[in-house]
Write a protein that binds this ligand. Structure first.
Ligand SMILES: [Fe+2]
Length: 288
């Protein structure tokens, strides 16, 4: 029996606002991510920086291979995009407070970012972007998954978009960070903020979903069971593989993701092997 289907639930519509002239982009999957080839991030000019910023906002995550940056050059690259954020909970392990060490090995009892999230979304002004530079990779595994929140929003029904319009959700760092970092004293409190469930990206003007499994606790102004049901639906929806890519790291790869329109999830499937890298995080603005 023939079945009638309406085609794909989501269609990747890639519209560059204008052509790129300084960087060459290769799409990583139809829906999210681009690879920028033939670039040395230690030596870029302002025009190239502008194009990387635009690619970030348009494609959610930008990947670079074979980079050779010192800690100072990594920080300097981050500063081209804005002031750098200092993590509210993690240790300062390198002597540079801007560097967040991302490391897991056979002695780790946890690895960073194993649930879908947007970095530190509990802050009143969550980071606009994160730049992860992985130095050491396991023999296999240790990929990072990224999901496109513009595409997830676009694929919702008009009725659901209407329902979500104007809703605000609480993002809390308390249950995420308290006791998380071994050997680091807990802070008296961790950030907690309210953000729109659907935010508008300040650079593209496009709407994207902005709730995540790690930090978002509830939608304000609706009964808790309704909030749980809606959030669970949205999480399940945004985790559909159609919106995703799974980035395979090589030593000295860099992923620069836009926390405003992407979520990500790290995969710790490589124990007892070691994976090590540094992240710098660019400050963002108040979501609207
Ligand atoms: Fe993260």
């Amino acid at each position: 029996m023939a079945t009638k289907r309406g085609g794909p639930r989501s269609k990747a519509v890639w519209k560059e606002s204008s052509p790129y002239s300084r960087i060459s982009l290769r799409r990583y999957t139809p829906n999210v991510g681009v690879v920028v080839d033939n670039i040395d991030l230690a030596n870029i000019d302002d025009e190239t920086t502008k194009e990387i910023r635009r690619a970030l906002a348009e494609y959610c995550v930008v990947f670079f291979r074979d980079q050779n940056l010192s800690v100072e050059q990594h920080i300097e690259f981050g500063r081209r995009f804005g002031e750098l954020d200092v993590h509210p909970a993690a240790a300062n392990a390198t002597g540079h407070q801007e560097i967040l060490v991302i490391s897991a090995d056979e002695n780790s009892d946890r690895a960073n970012g194993e649930a879908w999230h947007s970095d530190v979304s509990c802050q009143p002004q969550p980071p606009m972007g994160s730049i992860l530079y992985i130095h050491e990779v396991p023999p296999s595994g240790g990929d990072t998954m990224f999901s496109n929140m513009y595409a997830a929003y676009d694929a919702l029904s008009d009725k659901m978009k209407e329902y979500l319009n104007g809703l605000v959700a609480v993002h809390d760092g308390e249950h995420v960070y308290r006791g998380l970092y071994t050997g680091v004293a807990d802070k008296p409190s961790y950030p907690r903020s309210k953000h729109p469930v659907v935010r508008t990206h300040p650079e593209t003007g496009k709407k994207c979903l902005f709730v995540n499994r790690s930090f978002t606790t509830h939608i304000v102004g609706v009964p808790r069971d309704e909030s749980d049901a809606i959030l669970n639906f949205l999480y399940q929806h945004m985790e559909h593989p159609n919106f995703q890519c799974r980035f395979q790291w090589e030593p000295n790869s860099i992923a620069f993701w836009d926390n405003r329109c992407a979520q990500h999830r790290a995969i710790w499937d490589y124990w007892p092997h070691r994976r090590y890298g540094h992240r710098v995080t660019v400050m963002g603005d108040t979501p609207f």
